[in-house]
Design a protein around this ligand. Structure first.
Ligand code: DC
Length: 222
């Protein structure tokens, strides 16, 4: 395994934006594991699979090629980057996230990715399950209200009409499911740095993380 920095936390805590900027500043690859769950969700919806059928989900996931070249999400070679951020995929993704076989398959792909690249790995279980020996671990949080505001703004930017209250309700439900999941529940690793991003701008958060990674510049004693 090359060097891995993990960034976990609930939806809307700023993980994606922070991880993307951090990866670009370090010159490392971004491993957006949520995008992998979303791509498999898209494939399941297209195949009209019963989302409660664990066997069907497992077989589907094991037969898919999900790849993350820089800036893209490829599902069996098709660029699905723009198709996986809809409200529909977001809601349905919980079935795939709850599936042990889907998780096992995606964890395999995630570890493979880190064999070839230095990575900033972003998700829910990166510091706890996928990369327990990561070089540095971070767990980002923010208040529910702030996370809902951020997610709502993203949907609006993409032209999706959804009420702020509905986004907040979806987030609360997803947090509860993510945290209560029997397998790979969302929680901070014991050795993770916990960062509350409420009221902090992107540069401030990335700056703090970078200082943890590269260390404070030595002060000149002369
Ligand atoms: O971070 P996101 O909203 O793109 O995640 C999409 C879905 O995948 C969401 O239901 C949480 C789930 N997920 C997960 O279970 N484990 C991960 N490492 C990343 C995402």
């Amino acid at each position: 395994m090359r060097k891995v920095v993990t960034i976990d936390g609930p939806a809307g805590a700023g993980k994606s934006t922070v991880a993307r900027l951090l990866a670009s500043r370090l010159g490392w690859r971004l491993l957006d594991t949520g995008a992998m769950y979303r791509a498999v969700t898209l494939a399941a919806i297209r195949a009209e699979i019963d989302l409660a059928n664990e066997d069907a989900l497992g077989t589907l996931a094991e037969g898919l090629a999900v790849r993350l070249p820089p800036g893209e999400v490829l599902l069996n070679g098709e660029d699905v980057t723009g198709l996986i951020r809809t409200v529909e995929i977001t809601r349905a993704s919980r079935y795939l996230a709850d599936s042990p076989r889907v998780r096992a398959q995606l964890v395999r792909l995630q570890r493979e990715f880190a064999r070839e690249n230095e990575v900033v790995a972003e998700g829910r279980d990166q510091g706890t399950v996928v990369f327990p020996d990561a070089f540095r671990k971070f767990f980002l949080t923010a208040t529910l209200a702030e996370r809902a505001r951020r997610r709502h703004a993203e949907f609006v930017l993409r032209g999706e009409a959804i009420e702020l209250a509905a986004v907040e309700r979806d987030l609360r439900e997803r947090d509860e499911r993510d945290a209560a999941r029997a397998i790979a529940p969302m929680k901070a690793a014991d050795d993770a740095h916990i960062l509350d991003t409420t009221g902090l701008d992107l540069d401030a958060v990335v700056g703090r993380i970078e200082r943890e990674i590269v260390g404070e510049p030595e002060s000149d004693p002369s």
